[in-house]
Design a protein around this ligand. Structure first.
Ligand code: PEP
Length: 252
């Protein structure tokens, strides 16, 4: 299976011309790669243009969030069904920045995950411990709670199609180094739990990717040593040259 390299542009850039420039700088390498599938997740406002620009390329597009209801009196929300209809394939859900800045709860996340799956989007559920939880050796406890509560509304078969992004919060945007061996252990823990939740007949398809200060210098380690199924890249995905190197570092 190809590795999944997901670009999370967060709340960047400021203008659509800049968004198109970043996107175009990524096309060549992303289209040629035999080892990686590239997904770009721009802010909602750039989705239409980026989806149009991605036509005929190998790049897939994702949203950075979604709402659980399809339509109705929900001012400011964008539904999973709308995103699917406009051409998105993936949706990032439960990112630590959404948990932190808009106080998203596991219960809300579980509704979003269910709505995404129902509408045909592939959810990328972000989970991870903060620095304090890590110090108190609560990493696995936190991961288990986020998975159990976040996936509560999914059928076994839908759990088997999900992508989990393990993102230790202390490593996001900080440049702090997460040991690939620890990450590999976290992946094994996550897979063990998901296999129980999805049932033996559905195992084998679930992908666990890593995110947290990934750059062109360290990305290779997350494949070779941590054996991750892909990467979620924030800051470095805004620089096409660096992001292209990250795509090229994907190995089986
Ligand atoms: C992210 O946005 O999920 C992320 C991991 O960001 P960064 O790569 O900048 O740490």
């Amino acid at each position: 299976m190809k590795k999944l390299i997901v670009a999370n542009w967060k709340c960047n850039p400021l203008k659509s011309q800049e968004a198109l420039k970043i996107f175009k700088g990524t096309i060549a390498v992303a289209s040629k790669s035999k080892k990686a599938e590239t997904v770009i997740c721009p802010p909602y406002v750039f989705l239409k243009e980026i989806i149009a620009a991605a036509k005929g390329t190998e790049i897939k597009i994702g949203a950075q969030n979604c709402f659980w209801e399809e339509t109705g009196a929900y001012t400011g929300m964008v539904s999973a069904a709308m995103l699917k209809n406009m051409g998105c394939k993936y949706a990032i859900i439960g990112h630590s920045e959404a948990r932190r800045f808009v106080k998203e709860t596991n219960e809300e996340i579980s509704r979003k995950i269910a709505a995404a799956a129902k509408s045909g989007l592939i959810p990328i559920l972000c989970i991870g411990e903060n620095r304090g939880e890590r110090k108190e050796n609560k990493t696995y406890e936190v991961l288990a709670q986020q998975l159990n509560e976040g996936l509560l509304k999914l059928s076994k078969i839908d759990i088997s199609k999900i992508i989990i992004a393990y993102e230790p919060i202390w490593a996001i945007g900080t440049g702090d180094y997460a040991d690939p061996i620890e990450i590999k252990k976290a992946k094994e823990f996550i897979l063990g739990l998901l296999k129980k939740m999805s049932g033996a007949e559905n195992t084998g398809k679930i992908r666990v990717i890593y995110g947290g200060s990934v750059n062109a210098e360290n990305s290779e380690l997350y494949f070779s040593k941590a054996e991750m199924d892909g990467l979620l890249v924030g800051g470095a995905s805004l620089n096409p040259k660096e992001f292209s190197k990250i795509i090229n570092s994907a190995s089986y």
